[in-house]
Design a protein around this ligand. Sequence first.
Ligand code: GLP
Length: 242
Amino acid sequence: MQVYVAENYTDMSRKAANILSAQVILKPDTVMGLATGSSPVGTYQQLIEWYKKGDLDFAQVRTVNLDEYAGLAPDHSQSYRRFMQENFFDHINIPRENTHVPNGLAPDLEAECRRYNQVIQSLGGIDIQLLGMGHNGHIGFNEPGQAFELETHVVDLTDNTIEANARFFASRDEVPRHAITMGIKSIMQAQRIVMVVSGADKADIVRAAFAGPVVPQVPASILQMHPNFILVGDKDALSKLR
Ligand code: GLP
């Protein structure tokens, strides 16, 4: 694993955006795995800025998002489809049909998971996967204790994650209890993985994930085993990593 130390959130976002943009320049029809949460927002902003300057072209890029809440319509204010439109897709020239997010409203969630696995396969797999990490070490919505060998599946969200995401909803009760997520296996099959992490509140989990043993209790720890994993963190998040 490679570690890039950034001064702050802005610097972290620029570094991650540099890696992603190099990938798009080298392979214009890149398949990008994308993430939601506050961590990648700055990365998206930087990519949008470079697109607007004419330095990047997303016309042939294909994207697959990690996860979606079960039960939320695509245009719900907190759905991840909406998040991606507002924070990234609406500002670049990517065709809507090239962007994929699990359908949280699918009547049969298990069938939707199978369909999503096929989408990833039909694209030829993920060239570069962008990740954030939850405070309990979750990636996508792969919560502690889940098997490493799963592809896209339905998960029960933990209290910790419901609590962390409640700030985006009117009340804790409105946070969905389930989600569809790409599994650890799907993530690990990406050619390259880039994680962005910032803030002192993530320092403990960064140490557990990347300086501790590889265990299902810390889902992100498996990334230590990936041949092409890049951690881009700000100084605060990396402060406990030796
Ligand atoms: C959510 C998302 C994850 C994300 C995590 C961390 O639970 N499903 O993909 O990594 O939040 O979010 P943040 O970057 O806001 O700390």
